[in-house]
Design a binder for this molecule. Structure first.
Ligand code: ASP
Ligand code: MG
Length: 406
């Protein structure tokens, strides 16, 4: 008897009718004789609303109390889903994270799962019940309610699939799967049949927000194969798994555009040991996350100097700029240029490890579009470039057409 873990996100359970639709789908699998564990999120908007309510009372509420508050969102959905299954004659029982045996550390609002003892889940399954588990929550060894960080229901599903040694893990969402690029911008974007964990992680961190990154890392670590698919139709989704030899045959799996980056350039930085350390220590101390860094010594006349550029998340630009300006006297660079007017375009694919000419083809495509490249960074499976924001979507379309078809 196959054991299936299904996870339904907030939009899939966004109102009573959608919850009934979800129940109908679950009933179909139940009728086949499968053992089914269902993980649900809070109904869409509920978690945000709860946060808003608390902040109306005080700006920085106690995190233990936030966990007690936020866990009610998922608790509402498990009961409603169980009721929806009862209404069509399917035996179902809802469990909180704690009741399902999910034990976490005590870091409130971003707890890590320590272990799962799914004894009651197994017992209920053996009695023929569908088990509905609240996503995003657990409890500490001494019984405190915790939550796993925003988007944490994905993690609950993946971790339960690992603990239960599920035969299948399905992540139901409001898109059909993972696409070669954003279909809202590039109509010729294609749904991928499969993608490797590493590619999925790159695309997720690049803004293709299909799943919480931590849950993909967890799946990779424990080898949980899962499928991302839509709860609104019957289309097969995208299979996420360890990379196979055949995956390397495809050079570029996807193209992502991140418009949430900003760039800071320090002009004419003295070229001597310790300068970069001083700069990035200060930026790090201000808890600003740095993404790309580019530096190259200039070989012109005079004392050796270098321009140094780096990117940060847009909301952090002001803070980063302040920090850098505070260093100007001490370090002695000429000026600081800060701009929000950039976008990061990235090509991702495990096939890049074994194929040549990807960078050349990328740069040629951009040249033909008259797009200037401001920064470049590469990894084994990714090339990222910084370009002007206003050319971002045009570049994305051209690059997608060049590598993945129009
Ligand atoms: N309800 C939580 C959130 O909105 C967890 C989840 O949806 O996965 O972040
Ligand atoms: Mg979610």
């Amino acid at each position: 008897m196959p054991l299936i873990v299904q996870k339904y996100g907030g939009t899939s359970v966004g109102n009573p009718q959608r919850i009934k639709n979800v129940a109908g789908r679950i009933a179909g699998y139940h009728a086949r004789g499968d053992k089914i564990v269902v993980v649900v999120s809070a109904m869409s908007g509920v978690t945000d609303n709860l946060i808003k309510l608390a902040r109306e009372i005080m700006p920085l509420p106690d995190e233990r109390e936030m966990d007690v508050l936020l866990s009610t969102g998922e608790q509402t959905t498990i009961a409603l889903t169980a009721i929806a299954l009862h209404s069509i004659g399917v035996p179902a029982v809802s469990l909180t994270g704690a009741q399902a045996g999910i034990v976490t550390d005590g870091v409130h609002t971003k707890a890590k799962i320590q272990n799962i003892t799914p004894r009651s889940v197994h017992e209920l399954l053996n009695r023929g019940k569908v088990v509905i588990v609240a996503g995003f929550q657990g409890e500490t060894p001494d019984g405190q309610v915790t939550t796993l960080g925003r988007g944490g229901s994905d993690l609950t599903a993946i971790a339960l699939a690992a603990a239960l040694k599920a035969d299948l893990c399905q992540i139901y969402t409001d898109v059909d799967g993972v696409y070669t690029t954003d279909p809202r911008i590039v109509p010729s974007a294609k749904k991928l049949q499969e993608i490797s964990y590493d590619e999925m992680l790159e695309l997720a961190s690049l803004g293709a927000k299909v799943m919480q990154s931590r849950s993909v890392e967890f799946a990779k670590k424990f080898g949980v194969i899962f499928e991302v698919r839509s709860s609104l139709n019957e289309n097969p989704g995208t299979l996420v798994k360890e990379e196979t030899k055949s995956m390397e045959g495809i050079v570029v799996r996807g193209v992502a555009l991140d418009k949430n980056q900003a760039k800071i350039t320090l002009v004419a930085v003295p070229d001597k040991p310790g300068v970069a350390a001083r700069i990035f220590k200060a930026v790090g101390d201000a808890v600003v996350n740095v993404d790309m860094i580019v530096q190259n010594i200039s070989h012109g006349a005079g004392t050796p100097a270098t321009d140094l550029s780096f990117t940060v998340d847009k909301p952090d630009l002001l803070k980063a700029r302040k920090v850098i300006e505070g260093l100007q006297k001490e370090i002695g660079f000429r000026e600081v240029i800060a701009t929000e007017n950039i976008a990061k375009l990235s090509l991702v694919g495990v096939g890049m490890k074994s194929h040549t000419g990807v960078a050349g083809k990328l740069f040629e495509t951009l040249a033909n579009e008259g797009v200037n490249i401001e920064m470049i960074s590469t990894s084994e499976i990714k090339i990222s470039i910084i370009i002007e924001l206003s050319k971002g979507e045009q570049a994305m379309k051209a690059v997608h057409a060049a590598f993945l078809g129009a």
